[in-house]
Design a protein around this ligand. Structure first.
Ligand code: CO
Length: 134
C-alpha cells in the first residue's frame, strides 16, 4: 500500500540557520521558506536525488512542533512521509487494523497541495507517519 518515501521532516529551532547548513555545509539544493499558516509551520524543502528533506520551523503561537522543540531543543526528526495512491482507502485499511489517525480522520491539504493524514506514533513504532496521496 505505501509507496515512495516522499520526505523526511526535521523540526528545527532556527529555519534560516538550518537552511544555510544544508545549502552551504552540505551543498544541497534548498528551497525558499514557505509559511503554512493552516499547519503552524514554515517549510523549507531540500531536494535530494532520491527524496526530499522537509525542514520545519515554528509559525505562530499554536505551532504543532513547539512542544516537540521543547523536548528536542537542537531540533530532531519529526516525521516520515510515505506516498499512497488512495488516501481514504489507506485510512480505512489502517483504521480497520486498529491504527489511529490523528485528528478527525479526514485528509487535509498538505505542504504540497495534496491530501495528507498523520498516523499516531504510538501505533507505528514510535514514528509519526504522514501519508500523502501522490
Ligand atoms: Co511532511
Amino acid at each position: 500500500m505505501i509507496g515512495r518515501l516522499n520526505h523526511v521532516a526535521i523540526a528545527v529551532p532556527d529555519l534560516a540557520a538550518a537552511s544555510a547548513l544544508y545549502r552551504e555545509t552540505l551543498a544541497a539544493t534548498v528551497s525558499e521558506p514557505v509559511d503554512q499558516p493552516d499547519h503552524g509551520v514554515t517549510t523549507v524543502f531540500v531536494d535530494l536525488p532520491n527524496t526530499r528533506i522537509e525542514l520545519l520551523g515554528v509559525l505562530g503561537d499554536q505551532s504543532p512542533i513547539a512542544a516537540f522543540l521543547d523536548r528536542h531543543p537542537a531540533g530532531g526528526m519529526h516525521h516520515v512521509c510515505y506516498e499512497v495512491d488512495d488516501i481514504r482507502a489507506a485510512r480505512d485499511r489502517i483504521v480497520s487494523a486498529g491504527g489511529r489517525i490523528i485528528g478527525d480522520g479526514e485528509p487535509r491539504t498538505g505542504a504540497h497541495g495534496k491530501p495528507v493524514l498523520f498516523l499516531h506514533p504510538k501505533d507505528f513504532c514510535g514514528t509519526l507517519i504522514e501519508l500523502e496521496e501522490a
